[in-house]
Every structure is written in structure tokens, then in C-alpha cells.
Design a binder for this molecule. Structure first.
Ligand SMILES: Nc1ncnc2c1ncn2[C@@H]1O[C@H](COP(=O)(O)OP(=O)(O)OP(=O)(O)O)[C@@H](O)[C@H]1O
Length: 302
């Protein structure tokens, strides 16, 4: 459905994207992950046909997105990273304007989305918060029921409840066979919605993984507080897990150890269960750490 092949663009100054290739199948939700400045928006702007590549091509349904821009855009819904609105418009007048361009006749989808996202469509856009503007942009990207939806950091500015609502909207569209490309910094969002994801760093794709592989790359840190120092020591010496002892807390707060767990949860549970444990805190490795870890271990691959 969506094919990115050897896409390259070098900006003055040397930054850009370099030989980016991946493809997204019909009905697939494909995540596009990477730290700030990695090249996600640049790739997405090429996919939308807004930028001419130095090298390479992007096709949607066999149409070249640069050469057949007009035809492609009729198939695609797009939420940009930063939405440009016209001054003086309300949410409603913006959606009316977009709807006319998209040829939307039936407003039921639009009204349903507004209901789900809960915002006042009559508010002037210049008075809207970032999250409200984002909601207007989401409605505009989805309301004409396009075959492909491209989303550049869709949940930035949305509160956790609305992030959840958004995920449900994506999953419902996925059921209908809509194809998605979604850039994000948020691992939970990608985890809940995507089948596969590409990781981009410094303009280069360093991995394309299915979501289960990505999950197994995610390391969790558990901070376990033992009742007894001797038991804490026994755990450190015999568990076979990767541990790091925190400073002892002689104030009666117990004896803390940090344990890094990557997939071997059974062992972690079995080993900790042997001792008296006062508390366990969990720290999930964030996406940035996963990239760094992956990058450091493997260098540039694919
Ligand atoms: N028009 C431009 N001219 C020069 N450099 C640019 C231009 N657009 C982007 N860049 C640079 O290219 C790199 C990739 O930027 P891009 O916006 O694609 O990153 P991103 O992954 O979307 O980042 P973020 O998560 O911060 O939105 C950055 O270093 C950026 O400064």
C-alpha cells in the first residue's frame, strides 16, 4: 500500500534523511519511532508529496506521491506535527473548509469523532489550547474515511484520557482496514496500536521490528526493597539477575536493589519470592533509552 524506497534528502548543513526504505501493508498500523530531530517529519513530508526527494521514491497504491500529489492526497488523511490554521476560523469553519476540499458529504463520521474527543467545535481556533487544536486536526484527518492515514505525533498535547480515546479511534479504523503510518515518542501508544515499527535515528532507519520484538527490547528496572540485609545480599549473589545495590537505608527503610529485567520475568519473580520483600517499584525504560541501547549494541543495521 505504502512504499518508501531509498528516500534521501540532505538539507544545507548536512542533516536530513538517508536511504530510508520501508513498506506498510494494507490494513497495517505502522509506527515510526525516533528521538527529536531523527527525521520523522521530513520522511512524512515526503510521503505526503510536500517535498521533492533528492533520491528515491514514495508510492501509495502505486502512485508516486511527488508526481501524483493531487491524486494521492484524495486517498490520504494527514495530521501534521504542527497544524497551520487560518486566522479567525472556528473549529467548525475549519472542518467545513477541509470537508469541502475532501468532498465530505456525510457529516456523521465527523460528528461522531467530535463527540468522542469532546471539544467545543465553535471555539475560535486562536483561543484553543494545543490539545484542542490537536483534536480538530485529528477530526480533519479521519472524517473523510481515507484509505491511508498519516499521523505525525498525534497525541502530543492530549491528556492521558484523550490519548486513550485516540487509541480506540485508531483501533476502530484499523478494524475497517485503514492503513496507518504514525510517528510517535510514546511507547504505550505504539504498543497498543501498531503491528510493526521502524526506528529512525540521525536520518537513518536502524531497525524495522514487529511490536513483539520491540517489546522484548524494552528493559524494565525493578527496585526491590528487602527486609533484611543478609537476604538482599543472598539475592544479589545467587539470583543470576543483573543487579545494582542502592545505598543501604539504615533508617529502617529496608535494603534496596535495582534489578534490570529484559524478558526474564519468570526468573525475577521466582528469585524475589524466596525472600521477605517490603516494596517493589518499577521503572520502564523509555523509548529514548531503547534507541540508545539498541544503537550502542548494534550500530547501524538494515
Ligand atoms: N527545512 C529544513 N532545513 C534544514 N534542516 C532541516 C529542515 N527540516 C528539518 N531539518 C533538520 O533535519 C533533521 C530532521 O528533522 P525532522 O523534523 O524530520 O525530525 P523529527 O524526527 O520529526 O523530530 P521531532 O521529533 O523533534 O519532531 C533535524 O536535524 C532538523 O533540524
Amino acid at each position: 500500500m505504502l512504499n518508501v524506497e531509498h528516500l534521501s534528502k540532505t538539507f544545507p548543513g548536512g542533516k536530513g534523511i538517508f536511504d530510508v526504505s520501508f513498506s506498510v501493508k494494507q490494513g497495517e498500523v505502522f509506527g515510526f519511532l525516533g528521538p527529536n530531530g531523527a527525521g520523522k517529519s521530513t520522511t512524512i513530508r515526503h510521503i505526503m508529496g510536500f517535498m521533492k526527494p533528492d533520491k528515491g521514491t514514495v508510492t501509495i497504491n502505486g502512485l508516486d506521491t511527488w508526481r501524483d500529489q493531487g491524486k494521492v492526497q484524495a486517498l490520504v488523511g494527514y495530521l501534521p506535527g504542527e497544524i497551520a490554521f487560518f486566522d479567525g476560523m472556528t473549529g467548525k469553519s475549519f472542518l467545513d473548509f477541509m470537508g469541502r476540499m475532501q468532498g465530505v458529504k456525510d457529516l456523521s463520521k465527523r460528528n461522531h469523532l467530535i463527540d468522542l474527543l469532546q471539544f467545543d467545535v465553535n471555539t475560535p481556533i486562536r483561543k484553543m489550547s494545543k490539545g484542542m487544536k490537536q483534536k480538530v486536526g485529528i477530526v480533519a484527518a479521519f472524517m473523510h474515511e481515507p484509505q491511508v492515514i498519516i499521523l505525525d505525533e498525534p497525541t502530543s498535547g492530549l491528556d492521558p484520557l484523550m490519548q486513550k480515546v485516540f487509541i480506540e479511534i485508531v483501533l476502530a479504523e484499523k478494524e475497517r482496514g485503514t492503513t496507518f503510518l504514525m510517528s510517535s515518542h510514546s511507547f504505550p501508544e505504539i504498543e497498543r496500536t501498531c503491528d510493526r515499527a521502524a526506528i529512525i535515528k540521525d536520518g537513518v532507519i536502524i531497525a524495522v521490528k514487529n511490536i513483539h520484538e520491540l517489546q522484548s527490547m524494552q528493559r524494565k528496572l525493578f527496585e526491590v526493597t528487602f527486609e533484611q540485609e543478609a537476604e538482599m545480599q543472598a539475592f544479589v549473589n545467587t539470583s543470576g539477575l543483573q543487579t545494582e545495590t542502592s545505598a543501604a537505608s539504615p533508617d529502617g527503610g529496608g535494603y534496596r536493589v535495582r534489578v534490570a529485567v529484559q524478558g526474564n520475568y519468570d526468573r525475577f519473580v521466582a528469585e524475589t519470592a524466596k525472600y521477605r520483600v517490603r516494596n517493589i517499584d518499577i521503572f520502564t525504560q523509555n523509548l529514548e533509552d531503547i534507541f540508545m541501547n539498541y544503537y550502542d549494541r548494534k550500530g547501524i543495521v538494515q
